[in-house]
Design a protein around this ligand. Sequence first.
Ligand code: 5GP
Ligand code: MN
Length: 331
Amino acid sequence: MMSSFGYKRASEQDWQQAEQLLRQSKHILAITHVSPDGDAIGSLLGFTHAMRTMGKTVIPACQDKPQLKFAYLSGLNEIRTKVNGNFDLVVGIDSSDLKRLGSIYQNDLHGHLPILVFDHHITNSYYGNVNIVIGEVASAAEIILQLLQRLKIAISPEIASPLLTGLVSDTQAFRTSSTTADSMAAAMILMKAGAPLMEIINKAVVTQPFDNIRVLGEGIRNTKMEDGLAYATISRKLRQELGLKDDRGDGGLVSVLINTHEAKIAAVFTENPEGKIEVSMRSRPGYDVSQVALEFGGGGHAPAAGCTLPGPMRDVVNQVVPQLRRVIAEA
Ligand code: 5GP
Ligand code: MN
């Protein structure tokens, strides 16, 4: 089923405007989305390294710290969780709306600057002055790769590894329905440029800290499976009881749940350190969860979307679950 948001693809004119903005600017603030995943971090770092080869100053930033599993990426420690200084361009990466840039983007400091967006979410709100939004690519990293090809920037291993990390992360190692022949072609280019595919798959997708498994275990224990909807909650209290070091994320639970034969839609409700509830949703082809995410002020793709709501947990579950049931009933 096509998403109700239809087709989004940047035009040749959009690309030319993007290139012009980049050429004009010297000091770039590059921001990726809060609670960053592998595509957020990978496309941010790939963009940062590439722009530096063009002589730009780039500060890569994200409100929240990246996960330690990405330590193999060069420049990871340079990602700032707070920024100051003067910039002449803001670049929003893998982020579907301004809110996703979190506390890094401050209207009083940055409101006068042009915003350039590189994103692949069909729910993108076009918050930039120039928006390179391509709904049909699997990862923001592939859009950054297209940019580098247009600008004829040589792709070093330092650029290729984070971009392949983005592609591998958002496709769960080429297993999602968003994986196309073009994604494979992009992966080939990045491998040939020196990105180590197997190491990246292992570090970004396959191996995980034991604490994740413990979160998974507790989440699976409280999962409800009702008429094709699988859902679970992970509270801060649970994390405290388990004595967990990491204070974010679902440990990969939502992917486990959607991969059960019975599930048409899966959702995990995770209480974050700020006390808000992060809702992570997945669906099988034919069911679009991006609409539900958008209804609640979030966004995403038809098969993978999310939103963040004020708690308490029970209220959020009671609001979101009926909407997910409706998607199943109406399909
Ligand atoms: P995940 O469930 O892996 O956190 O996210 C799935 C997809 O939904 C990703 O593309 C992610 O960027 C998007 N997403 C998750 N949470 C939010 C949110 O609170 N707001 C928006 N706009 N998008 C979200
Ligand atoms: Mn992405």
